[in-house]
Design a protein around this ligand. Structure first.
Ligand code: SAH
Length: 274
Protein backbone atom coordinates (compact mmCIF):
# COMPACT_ATOMS: atom_id res chain seq x y z
CA UNK A 1 0.00 0.00 0.00
CA UNK A 2 1.28 3.50 -0.73
CA UNK A 3 2.06 5.80 2.21
CA UNK A 4 -0.80 8.10 1.26
CA UNK A 5 -3.29 5.23 1.27
CA UNK A 6 -1.92 3.93 4.57
CA UNK A 7 -2.24 7.40 6.05
CA UNK A 8 -5.91 7.51 5.03
CA UNK A 9 -6.47 4.17 6.76
CA UNK A 10 -4.87 5.60 9.91
CA UNK A 11 -7.00 8.76 9.76
CA UNK A 12 -10.17 6.68 9.32
CA UNK A 13 -9.14 4.78 12.41
CA UNK A 14 -9.51 7.87 14.61
CA UNK A 15 -12.83 8.52 12.87
CA UNK A 16 -14.05 5.23 14.36
CA UNK A 17 -13.45 6.47 17.90
CA UNK A 18 -16.62 7.88 19.39
CA UNK A 19 -16.70 10.15 22.43
CA UNK A 20 -20.03 9.77 24.20
CA UNK A 21 -21.16 12.33 26.79
CA UNK A 22 -24.09 11.15 28.89
CA UNK A 23 -26.65 13.61 30.23
CA UNK A 24 -24.24 16.57 30.31
CA UNK A 25 -25.75 19.47 32.21
CA UNK A 26 -23.34 22.29 31.36
CA UNK A 27 -23.00 22.82 27.63
CA UNK A 28 -19.73 24.70 28.15
CA UNK A 29 -18.26 21.29 28.96
CA UNK A 30 -19.47 20.06 25.56
CA UNK A 31 -17.61 22.92 23.88
CA UNK A 32 -14.42 22.24 25.81
CA UNK A 33 -14.75 18.51 25.14
CA UNK A 34 -15.11 19.21 21.40
CA UNK A 35 -11.92 21.27 21.50
CA UNK A 36 -10.10 18.58 23.49
CA UNK A 37 -11.16 16.00 20.90
CA UNK A 38 -10.15 18.00 17.84
CA UNK A 39 -6.69 18.74 19.21
CA UNK A 40 -6.21 14.97 19.45
CA UNK A 41 -7.64 14.26 15.97
CA UNK A 42 -11.01 12.96 17.14
CA UNK A 43 -14.24 14.26 15.63
CA UNK A 44 -17.00 11.83 16.46
CA UNK A 45 -19.06 13.27 19.34
CA UNK A 46 -22.33 11.80 20.58
CA UNK A 47 -24.50 13.55 23.17
CA UNK A 48 -26.85 11.29 25.10
CA UNK A 49 -29.93 13.14 26.33
CA UNK A 50 -28.11 16.43 27.02
CA UNK A 51 -29.74 18.60 29.68
CA UNK A 52 -28.78 21.72 27.74
CA UNK A 53 -28.20 21.87 23.98
CA UNK A 54 -24.92 23.40 22.79
CA UNK A 55 -25.34 27.21 22.62
CA UNK A 56 -23.11 30.25 22.09
CA UNK A 57 -21.18 29.57 25.30
CA UNK A 58 -20.43 26.03 24.13
CA UNK A 59 -19.28 27.39 20.77
CA UNK A 60 -17.03 29.94 22.47
CA UNK A 61 -15.29 27.22 24.44
CA UNK A 62 -15.08 24.95 21.41
CA UNK A 63 -13.01 27.72 19.71
CA UNK A 64 -11.74 26.20 16.46
CA UNK A 65 -13.67 22.97 17.05
CA UNK A 66 -17.19 24.28 16.44
CA UNK A 67 -17.42 21.79 13.56
CA UNK A 68 -17.12 18.90 16.04
CA UNK A 69 -19.94 20.45 18.08
CA UNK A 70 -22.09 21.14 15.02
CA UNK A 71 -21.68 17.55 13.79
CA UNK A 72 -22.41 16.03 17.20
CA UNK A 73 -25.14 13.41 17.11
CA UNK A 74 -27.84 13.68 19.76
CA UNK A 75 -29.50 10.45 20.93
CA UNK A 76 -31.82 9.61 23.79
CA UNK A 77 -30.07 6.64 25.44
CA UNK A 78 -26.61 5.17 25.93
CA UNK A 79 -27.66 1.92 24.25
CA UNK A 80 -28.58 3.90 21.14
CA UNK A 81 -25.21 5.69 21.20
CA UNK A 82 -23.20 2.46 21.34
CA UNK A 83 -25.45 -0.01 19.47
CA UNK A 84 -22.97 -0.50 16.59
CA UNK A 85 -19.81 -0.44 18.76
CA UNK A 86 -17.68 -3.54 19.27
CA UNK A 87 -15.77 -2.05 22.19
CA UNK A 88 -17.21 0.25 24.82
CA UNK A 89 -15.10 1.74 27.60
CA UNK A 90 -16.77 3.59 30.46
CA UNK A 91 -14.98 6.21 32.51
CA UNK A 92 -15.31 6.69 36.22
CA UNK A 93 -13.74 9.04 38.74
CA UNK A 94 -14.25 6.59 41.60
CA UNK A 95 -14.31 2.86 42.28
CA UNK A 96 -17.75 1.29 42.16
CA UNK A 97 -19.28 -1.39 44.32
CA UNK A 98 -19.51 -3.81 41.41
CA UNK A 99 -15.93 -4.50 40.28
CA UNK A 100 -15.55 -4.55 36.50
CA UNK A 101 -12.50 -5.18 34.28
CA UNK A 102 -10.35 -2.07 34.55
CA UNK A 103 -7.91 -0.52 32.10
CA UNK A 104 -5.17 1.97 32.83
CA UNK A 105 -5.49 5.08 30.60
CA UNK A 106 -2.47 3.97 28.52
CA UNK A 107 -3.83 0.45 28.02
CA UNK A 108 -7.20 2.01 27.23
CA UNK A 109 -5.65 4.05 24.40
CA UNK A 110 -3.91 0.94 23.05
CA UNK A 111 -7.06 -1.17 23.16
CA UNK A 112 -9.13 1.50 21.44
CA UNK A 113 -6.60 1.95 18.64
CA UNK A 114 -6.07 -1.78 18.16
CA UNK A 115 -9.82 -2.48 17.85
CA UNK A 116 -10.96 0.62 15.96
CA UNK A 117 -9.87 -0.97 12.69
CA UNK A 118 -12.61 -3.59 13.13
CA UNK A 119 -15.64 -1.62 14.31
CA UNK A 120 -16.66 1.66 15.93
CA UNK A 121 -15.40 1.97 19.50
CA UNK A 122 -16.75 4.24 22.25
CA UNK A 123 -15.36 6.07 25.27
CA UNK A 124 -18.25 6.98 27.53
CA UNK A 125 -18.25 9.91 29.97
CA UNK A 126 -20.76 10.57 32.74
CA UNK A 127 -22.71 13.40 34.27
CA UNK A 128 -20.86 16.26 35.98
CA UNK A 129 -22.83 15.68 39.18
CA UNK A 130 -22.94 11.91 39.52
CA UNK A 131 -20.95 10.20 36.75
CA UNK A 132 -22.40 7.12 35.02
CA UNK A 133 -25.10 4.97 36.61
CA UNK A 134 -24.39 1.31 37.42
CA UNK A 135 -26.71 0.29 34.61
CA UNK A 136 -24.70 2.42 32.15
CA UNK A 137 -21.37 1.14 33.47
CA UNK A 138 -22.62 -2.41 32.97
CA UNK A 139 -23.10 -1.70 29.27
CA UNK A 140 -19.33 -1.19 28.97
CA UNK A 141 -16.70 -3.89 28.39
CA UNK A 142 -14.09 -2.11 30.47
CA UNK A 143 -13.83 0.80 32.85
CA UNK A 144 -11.02 3.29 32.93
CA UNK A 145 -10.08 5.52 35.82
CA UNK A 146 -7.49 8.26 35.49
CA UNK A 147 -5.26 7.63 38.52
CA UNK A 148 -5.71 11.09 39.96
CA UNK A 149 -5.12 12.33 43.52
CA UNK A 150 -7.06 9.83 45.69
CA UNK A 151 -8.15 12.73 47.92
CA UNK A 152 -9.58 14.64 44.95
CA UNK A 153 -9.96 12.37 41.95
CA UNK A 154 -12.80 13.95 40.00
CA UNK A 155 -11.56 15.83 36.93
CA UNK A 156 -13.66 18.32 35.04
CA UNK A 157 -15.54 16.39 32.34
CA UNK A 158 -13.75 18.04 29.39
CA UNK A 159 -10.36 17.53 31.05
CA UNK A 160 -11.09 13.85 31.44
CA UNK A 161 -11.99 13.80 27.72
CA UNK A 162 -8.68 15.55 27.00
CA UNK A 163 -6.60 13.12 29.05
CA UNK A 164 -8.09 9.99 27.55
CA UNK A 165 -8.17 11.40 24.00
CA UNK A 166 -4.46 12.11 24.42
CA UNK A 167 -3.88 8.45 25.29
CA UNK A 168 -5.80 7.42 22.17
CA UNK A 169 -3.65 9.75 20.07
CA UNK A 170 -0.43 8.54 21.66
CA UNK A 171 -1.27 4.93 20.81
CA UNK A 172 -2.35 5.94 17.34
CA UNK A 173 0.97 7.68 16.72
CA UNK A 174 2.89 4.72 18.11
CA UNK A 175 1.06 2.42 15.71
CA UNK A 176 2.25 4.36 12.66
CA UNK A 177 5.28 3.75 10.56
CA UNK A 178 7.90 6.53 10.50
CA UNK A 179 6.71 8.21 7.28
CA UNK A 180 3.12 8.40 8.49
CA UNK A 181 4.31 9.64 11.85
CA UNK A 182 6.31 12.46 10.28
CA UNK A 183 3.32 13.57 8.22
CA UNK A 184 0.99 13.53 11.24
CA UNK A 185 3.21 15.42 13.64
CA UNK A 186 5.71 17.34 11.55
CA UNK A 187 8.41 15.74 13.73
CA UNK A 188 11.06 13.44 12.40
CA UNK A 189 12.14 11.92 15.67
CA UNK A 190 10.26 10.79 18.68
CA UNK A 191 12.39 9.27 21.39
CA UNK A 192 10.72 6.19 22.69
CA UNK A 193 8.49 5.71 19.65
CA UNK A 194 7.72 2.04 19.25
CA UNK A 195 7.89 0.75 15.72
CA UNK A 196 5.52 -2.14 16.22
CA UNK A 197 1.82 -1.71 15.62
CA UNK A 198 -0.53 -2.01 18.58
CA UNK A 199 -2.66 -4.74 17.01
CA UNK A 200 -4.91 -7.11 18.91
CA UNK A 201 -3.21 -10.37 19.83
CA UNK A 202 -5.74 -12.51 18.03
CA UNK A 203 -8.16 -12.07 15.22
CA UNK A 204 -11.45 -12.71 16.97
CA UNK A 205 -14.36 -10.69 15.74
CA UNK A 206 -16.26 -9.30 18.70
CA UNK A 207 -20.00 -8.63 18.52
CA UNK A 208 -21.30 -5.07 18.44
CA UNK A 209 -23.15 -3.86 21.51
CA UNK A 210 -26.66 -4.30 20.07
CA UNK A 211 -25.87 -7.97 19.30
CA UNK A 212 -24.59 -8.52 22.85
CA UNK A 213 -27.74 -6.90 24.25
CA UNK A 214 -29.89 -9.26 22.16
CA UNK A 215 -27.91 -12.17 23.61
CA UNK A 216 -28.51 -10.99 27.22
CA UNK A 217 -32.20 -10.51 26.45
CA UNK A 218 -32.37 -14.04 25.01
CA UNK A 219 -30.50 -15.37 28.06
CA UNK A 220 -32.91 -13.66 30.44
CA UNK A 221 -35.98 -14.94 28.56
CA UNK A 222 -34.58 -18.48 28.52
CA UNK A 223 -33.85 -18.36 32.26
CA UNK A 224 -37.40 -17.15 32.87
CA UNK A 225 -38.74 -20.02 30.76
CA UNK A 226 -36.78 -22.56 32.78
CA UNK A 227 -37.80 -20.85 36.03
CA UNK A 228 -34.21 -20.04 37.08
CA UNK A 229 -35.18 -16.37 37.18
CA UNK A 230 -38.49 -15.67 38.90
CA UNK A 231 -40.72 -12.99 37.40
CA UNK A 232 -41.26 -11.39 40.78
CA UNK A 233 -37.72 -11.62 42.20
CA UNK A 234 -35.20 -11.47 39.34
CA UNK A 235 -32.40 -10.64 41.83
CA UNK A 236 -28.90 -9.96 40.56
CA UNK A 237 -28.64 -12.97 38.24
CA UNK A 238 -28.48 -10.95 35.03
CA UNK A 239 -25.99 -8.45 36.50
CA UNK A 240 -23.72 -11.31 37.56
CA UNK A 241 -24.10 -13.07 34.21
CA UNK A 242 -23.31 -9.85 32.39
CA UNK A 243 -20.15 -9.52 34.45
CA UNK A 244 -19.16 -13.13 33.78
CA UNK A 245 -19.72 -12.91 30.01
CA UNK A 246 -18.18 -9.47 29.84
CA UNK A 247 -15.05 -10.85 31.51
CA UNK A 248 -14.87 -13.72 29.05
CA UNK A 249 -15.67 -11.37 26.13
CA UNK A 250 -17.19 -13.98 23.80
CA UNK A 251 -16.60 -13.46 20.10
CA UNK A 252 -19.28 -13.52 17.39
CA UNK A 253 -19.07 -17.30 16.89
CA UNK A 254 -19.28 -17.99 20.62
CA UNK A 255 -22.33 -15.71 21.01
CA UNK A 256 -23.96 -17.55 18.10
CA UNK A 257 -23.26 -20.87 19.79
CA UNK A 258 -24.64 -19.59 23.12
CA UNK A 259 -27.83 -18.44 21.39
CA UNK A 260 -28.14 -21.87 19.77
CA UNK A 261 -27.77 -23.46 23.22
CA UNK A 262 -30.38 -21.11 24.69
CA UNK A 263 -32.80 -21.90 21.85
CA UNK A 264 -32.34 -25.64 22.46
CA UNK A 265 -33.01 -25.15 26.20
CA UNK A 266 -36.16 -23.17 25.40
CA UNK A 267 -37.35 -25.90 23.00
CA UNK A 268 -36.71 -28.68 25.55
CA UNK A 269 -38.39 -26.74 28.32
CA UNK A 270 -41.47 -25.95 26.21
CA UNK A 271 -41.72 -29.68 25.33
CA UNK A 272 -41.65 -30.73 29.02
CA UNK A 273 -44.26 -28.12 29.85
CA UNK A 274 -46.65 -29.57 27.26
N1 SAH B 1 -19.01 13.45 40.74
C1 SAH B 1 -18.89 12.43 39.77
C2 SAH B 1 -17.74 12.70 38.86
C3 SAH B 1 -18.18 13.40 37.70
S1 SAH B 1 -16.89 14.02 36.76
C4 SAH B 1 -18.72 11.08 40.40
O1 SAH B 1 -18.62 11.01 41.60
O2 SAH B 1 -18.72 10.09 39.71
C5 SAH B 1 -17.63 13.86 35.18
C6 SAH B 1 -17.10 12.76 34.35
O3 SAH B 1 -15.71 13.00 34.03
C7 SAH B 1 -17.13 11.37 34.96
O4 SAH B 1 -18.37 10.74 34.84
C8 SAH B 1 -16.08 10.68 34.08
O5 SAH B 1 -16.65 10.40 32.84
C9 SAH B 1 -15.03 11.77 33.89
N2 SAH B 1 -13.98 11.72 34.92
C10 SAH B 1 -13.72 12.62 35.88
N3 SAH B 1 -12.67 12.25 36.63
C11 SAH B 1 -12.25 11.07 36.13
C12 SAH B 1 -11.20 10.15 36.48
N4 SAH B 1 -10.38 10.37 37.50
N5 SAH B 1 -11.06 9.04 35.72
C13 SAH B 1 -11.89 8.78 34.68
N6 SAH B 1 -12.89 9.61 34.33
C14 SAH B 1 -13.08 10.74 35.03
Amino acid sequence: MSDIKKSKVAVNLLGKVRIVLVNTSDCRNMGSAARAMKTMGLSNLVLVDPIEMPNGQAQALAAGATDVLANAKVVSSLSEAIADCGLVVGTSARSRTLPWPMLEPRACGEKIVSEASQYPVALVFGRESSGLTNDELQQCHFHVQIPANPDYSSLNLAMAVQTLSYEVRTSYLLSMDDAQYERSTGNGHFIGKKTSCAKSEDDELYPISAETERFYQHFENALKTTGFIGDKHPGLVMTKLRRLYNRARPDVKEIKMMRGILASIERASTKTQR
